[in-house]
Design a protein around this ligand. Structure first.
Ligand code: F6P
Length: 343
């Protein structure tokens, strides 16, 4: 009997894909490709820990408070250390910065220093860990600006429009890695049976018809007039548009990923939590900026409410920002409302 097994001829592993992307750039040395591959490996380590979390008794808070004033979860530390240890000795990076560390993470003495800079949020949405909800890792890679020696703060404080690679890994019902190196957005799903990320979502585009809006309504009391009016508009309470449905996880990677695939808008506006000043919650350098590059490469847009996130030049490592991200028209509409009611 003839063998009826059908072999797929187009299985593309993440390695094959990034090598193919590298060939588009004849000047590429393969260093960036290797960093991406190391990050994919880190993602596999992290998900192997997160999926075992309840079993290995590593759920729950540690004694430590990170610089954002949040209690660090053990898994945050596991993810943070995994990424650092896989990347600090390779000679590919000049310096790193992580949400979990107040200061820069220099390359340890004795190891070569490279030409790229890596900023990351090792385990985003960690307030969801105990509830088995989606969490993720966000990463941003820049070319260093300084010419030699250890990487500097200035190397890390570049606007998003200088990003070389931006991506995230999402640990949900499946594990995915989504990234852009400036030629489209590509998504890979981890096949747990073979331990490889396979290309499942090539050339992602935010769908033209928006499906959801996504925001923490519990903060409404702190919102400006413009944000309230904008939200009413999305809900069909103002103007003549049909209401959008609401989805909100409270995990940026999860909320962004859904927005990318389903269409719509996610926003975490600057608000009056602190009555002395309007301020955002999300971090510019390793949360908002990389996701903004992905959104723009997928045909969308991201704003702080006034202008393009990608044009903001950070002045500090853990700087916070308001963020509106997703469908271009919906994000521009937020800017319009804010301009009309708040300025
Ligand atoms: O960055 C921290 C974070 O957990 C994001 O992942 C998420 O979008 C946001 O905070 C949720 O904040 P809140 O609990 O205030 O809605």
């Amino acid at each position: 009997m003839a063998n009826s097994t059908v072999y797929q001829s187009n299985i593309i592993t993440i390695e094959r894909h990034i090598l193919a992307e590298q060939q588009i750039h004849p000047e590429a040395t393969g260093v960036l490709t290797s960093i991406l591959y190391d990050l994919a490996l880190a993602g596999k380590f992290i998900v192997s820990q997160t999926t075992r979390a309840g079993l290995s008794e590593i759920l729950g808070a540690t004694e430590d408070i990170n610089i954002q004033g949040e209690t660090q979860m053990k898994l945050d530390q596991v993810a943070d250390q995994t990424i650092i240890r896989l990347n600090d000795h390779t000679g590919r990076l000049a310096v790193m910065a992580s949400e979990e560390h107040e200061h820069l993470l220099p390359i340890p003495n004795g190891f070569p220093v490279g030409k790229y800079v890596l900023l990351f949020d090792p385990l985003d949405g960690s307030s969801n860990i105990d509830y088995n909800a989606t969490i993720g890792t966000i990463f941003a890679i820049y070319r260093r600006i300084s010419s030699e020696g250890p990487g500097t703060l200035e190397d890390c404080l570049q606007p998003g429009n200088q990003l070389v690679v931006a991506g995230y890994m999402i640990y949900g019902s499946s594990t995915m890695l989504v990234y852009t190196s400036g030629s489209g957005v590509h998504g890979f799903t981890l096949d747990p049976m073979i331990g490889e990320f396979l290309l499942t979502h090539p050339n992602l585009h935010i769908p033209a018809k928006p499906k959801y809006y996504s925001v923490n309504h519990g903060n409404e009391v702190y919102w400006s007039q413009g944000v309230k009016k904008y939200t009413h508009w999305l809900q069909g309470l103002e103007g003549d548009r049909k209401p959008l449905s609401l989805r909100y996880i409270g995990s940026l990677v999860g909320d962004f990923h859904r927005t990318l695939l389903s269409g719509g808008v996610f926003y975490y506006p600057a608000d009056w939590h602190d009555p002395s000043k309007l301020s955002g919650k999300l971090r510019l350098t390793y949360e908002a900026a990389p996701l903004s590059l992905i959104a723009s490469q997928a045909g969308g847009y991201a704003s702080d409410g006034e202008g393009d996130i990608l044009n903001i030049h950070p002045i500090s490592l853990h700087q916070r920002t308001g963020l509106y991200i997703g469908d271009r028209h919906l994000v521009e509409k937020a800017e319009e409302f804010i301009q009309r009611y708040d300025s």
